[in-house]
Structures are given as structure tokens and as C-alpha cells.
Design a protein. Structure first.
Length: 135
């Protein structure tokens, strides 16, 4: 009886181990990488001063939920508001403007007012907020 050994085929190269390594590298770089854009300079966000008394004086601009405007309790259009604030600024160069916007008002109604007020030289723009109730 003649015994013959079975000829062994060379083991096939498995790519499964390589796929695992690539997956682990992908997860590693996703965990250590920053997904948000970073500024090329240091940015320190402002600190809220909620709970403090509002500064006195100046003008109060109210913004309703649908974007309607009022200056010191008198409803007016955007152009009339800008004219009135510019006139107030001409007589008081240290004018302070408080913006009291409805909590559901869209930012597209509020932010242009802040930019416009800064552009004409308003000294301070104060955004009125409601503090979170304590439990």
C-alpha cells in the first residue's frame, strides 16, 4: 500500500484582516478629528448677564413673532423705525437701543436691526432675554 500525502495548496490571502484594520483606523480618526470648522484665531464667546438690571435710558425696539416692529410702544414700519432711531442718535450720540424680540421671532427679523444700529453708530445694543426659571 502506497500512502500519498495530499498536496497542500498555499493558503489564500485573506483581505478580511486588512478590512478590519482600515475600519479601526477610520473609527479612530473620526473620534479624534474635529468635524466643525475652527476659526484661524481665538474666539471667546460673550458671557450672558442675565439676572442683572437692564440699563436705563435709550430706546426700546419691540419685534413681534411675525416681524412687526415698534419703537417705545409705537408700531411702525422698518423705514420709519430707522428714521426715528437715526434722529434719536443725532440728538444723543451715546444712544442705547434695547431689542425686545418675541421668543419665536425668527433671527432674520432681529439680526438686521442689530447690524443696522451698529452701522449708524449706536453705542450699545442690548438684547432682552428671559432668565431660565430656577427649579
Amino acid at each position: 500500500m502506497k500512502l500519498t500525502r495530499r498536496r497542500q495548496d498555499p493558503p489564500s490571502e485573506t483581505i478580511i484582516a486588512l478590512i478590519d484594520v482600515v475600519f479601526f483606523l477610520l473609527v479612530f480618526f473620526m473620534l479624534i478629528g474635529r468635524m466643525d470648522a475652527t476659526a484661524p484665531f481665538d474666539v471667546a464667546p460673550p458671557i450672558a448677564q442675565s439676572g442683572r438690571d437692564m440699563p436705563a435710558g435709550g430706546a426700546t425696539v419691540a419685534v413681534s413673532q411675525d416681524g412687526a416692529l415698534a419703537l417705545d410702544g409705537i408700531a411702525m414700519t422698518r423705514s420709519a423705525l430707522e428714521t426715528a432711531l437715526a434722529a434719536m442718535l443725532a440728538s444723543d450720540d451715546g444712544l442705547r437701543v434695547r431689542i425686545n424680540a418675541h421668543r419665536d421671532a425668527e433671527l432674520r427679523h432681529v439680526l438686521p436691526l442689530v447690524g443696522w444700529a451698529e452701522g449708524i453708530g449706536v453705542r450699545d445694543v442690548v438684547l432682552v432675554v428671559t432668565p431660565t426659571p430656577e427649579p
